[in-house]
Design a protein around this ligand. Structure first.
Ligand SMILES: C[S@@+](CC[C@H](N)C(=O)[O-])C[C@H]1O[C@@H](n2cnc3c(N)ncnc32)[C@H](O)[C@@H]1O
Length: 309
């Protein structure tokens, strides 16, 4: 197993995970693409850039939410729903595929955390339950901001010249999206918590907070990172959030090993390294591997770490 530790693999995680030994991973903390229209289509540098630019050049699409997430546009009429209904079912099937390999390589009691949008998380959870994990919880990551997206009906009617638009003051097509969901699943224990903990170092959550309180399943007041020019990834998670998740879900013992099969710019792996835990990262897009390596290399030099993170 040592030859896989602290390595980043380029490729489709469904294939790469097949090469990893069974019962070897203690935890998975991952943030797969939410935008299920990508599934089965090209996910390459050119396509990612095209979509990011499309969002940046638009007044109506929301920055940093890749097109296709469903939050960034789309008229919810019957034909939209028919198309999206199929997309979400394909997305669930795709989750089932990678989760099947993930299940095989997880140790008994291993915890799996998967980020997703509030609209799609249920499908991710069901796919993971179908491969054999069982659902433990749903974490609310409450962001520091959340701008309203969608249609402001009063403004829409004003623009179109309708009479009495103020009648619809306050009426919108959606609520302000202020939280992201993280589903928490677990591979079944060997027998009970004690045996699983002693044999595999898995199964439990760290609940003691600095102020003496008991850890809740709502995470909030997480600081933002300084932006880094070289990190051009469009969906970077806050490092403090990923460190918090590592702290809660992965014991700091030498056997612990975290995998992120959708590493992106490597925030999970950076958090693992900062917490002194071994990791494995997988990423499909070659240009992101350079970003991950640059972030990880910086950790050995504390001064550089400050400027990079
Ligand atoms: C939402 S991003 C992860 C961002 C990451 N949490 C961060 O903070 O940088 C998802 C990543 O999964 C990668 N990806 C998509 N499909 C993949 C696959 N089948 N195997 C491995 N990586 C994949 C994408 O290239 C993208 O970088």
């Amino acid at each position: 197993m040592d030859k896989f530790k602290n390595k980043i693999f380029l490729g489709d995680c469904r294939e790469v995970m097949k090469k990893l030994p069974e019962n070897s991973v203690s935890a998975c903390i991952t943030d797969p693409p939410y935008n299920y229209e990508f599934i089965g289509h090209k996910w390459d540098d050119k396509e990612i850039r095209r979509r990011v630019e499309r969002v940046q050049n638009s007044k109506t699409l929301v920055k940093n939410i890749p097109y296709g997430s469903g939050l960034s546009g789309g008229v919810r009429n019957e034909s939209w729903y028919k198309k999206n209904r199929n997309n979400i079912i394909e997305y669930e099937d795709w989750c089932f595929e990678w989760a099947t390999e993930l299940f095989r390589i997880c140790k008994p009691g291993a915890t799996v955390l998967v980020f997703n949008s509030t609209r799609t998380i249920a499908h991710v959870q069901v796919a993971l339950e179908k491969v054999g994990f069982y659902a433990r919880d749903m974490i609310v990551y409450r962001r520091s901001s959340g701008i309203p997206k969608g249609i402001n009906m009063q403004r829409k009617l004003e623009q179109k010249g309708y009479d009495n638009p103020e009648q619809w003051d306050g009426w919108h097509s959606c609520l302000r999206s202020e939280w992201e969901s993280i589903c928490v699943l677990q591979k079944p224990l060997t027998n009970n918590y004690t045996e699983t903990l002693l044999k595999y170092g898995t199964g439990l959550f760290y609940t003691k907070q600095d102020d003496g309180g008991f850890q809740s399943n709502i995470l909030e007041n997480i600081g933002r990172d300084k932006s880094q020019k070289f990190n051009v990834h469009c969906t970077v998670k806050p490092l403090a959030l990923m460190q918090k998740l590592v702290d809660i879900f992965v014991p700091k013992v030498k056997e612990s090993l975290i995998i992120d099969p959708f590493a992106g710019s490597g925030t999970t792996l950076v958090a693992a390294k900062l917490e002194g835990i071994n990791y494995i990262g997988i990423e499909l897009e070659p240009s992101y591997i350079d970003i991950i390596e640059k972030r990880l290399e910086a950790i050995s030099d504390p001064q550089e770490t400050c400027s990079l993170f």
